[in-house]
Design a protein around this ligand. Sequence first.
Ligand code: HEC
Length: 152
Amino acid sequence: MKKLIACGVLLLLCLGGNDDPATHVQAKGKQVSKVMAEKLKHSQRVLEGIAVADFKKIETSADQLIELTKTEEWLMNKTPRYETHTNDFRRAAETLIRKAKDKNIDGATLAFFDLTSSCVRCHQYLRETRDARLPGSIDLDKVFALERKVQP
Ligand code: HEC
């Protein structure tokens, strides 16, 4: 019995030992990538909805985008400028929902343009802050690989 308990303790120690900071950062990075990939997928769906005037698709995809901005992974950056970009993104998604409810395709198209601009501005901001710290900016190869992966 004592041996069994010792074994159990050892097993727990081994499992717990995996929680070193490097593994933690890696796991977190993976989750962030997942949220960002979801973001790309939903914004592609919005575009699809606009292209075929599927207002329900526009509305649900924009709603999913707003939900993503509430996740811990999205909010990992806590600078005021990141928050401003997040608010711009959210506002554009909210406008998209409103325009879709009104079945206003031109309004939805404009809101999609605002949404896309907010993607670009936030990424630009991220690149600039990274450049200031060097090395490492958004890895474009990774972005393209991801785009291929999330094709519906
Ligand atoms: C408020 C800031 C912000 C906005 C707005 C934003 N993103 Fe991002 N995006 C990030 C962050 C943070 C990452 C994580 C990678 C990084 O830190 O470079 C990221 C990464 C990505 C990636 C790469 C994922 C990877 O694992 O390398 C894609 C693709 C992407 N975003 C698409 C979009 C699209 C499409 C939009 C607009 C519909 C958008 N983003 C809007 C902050 C933002």
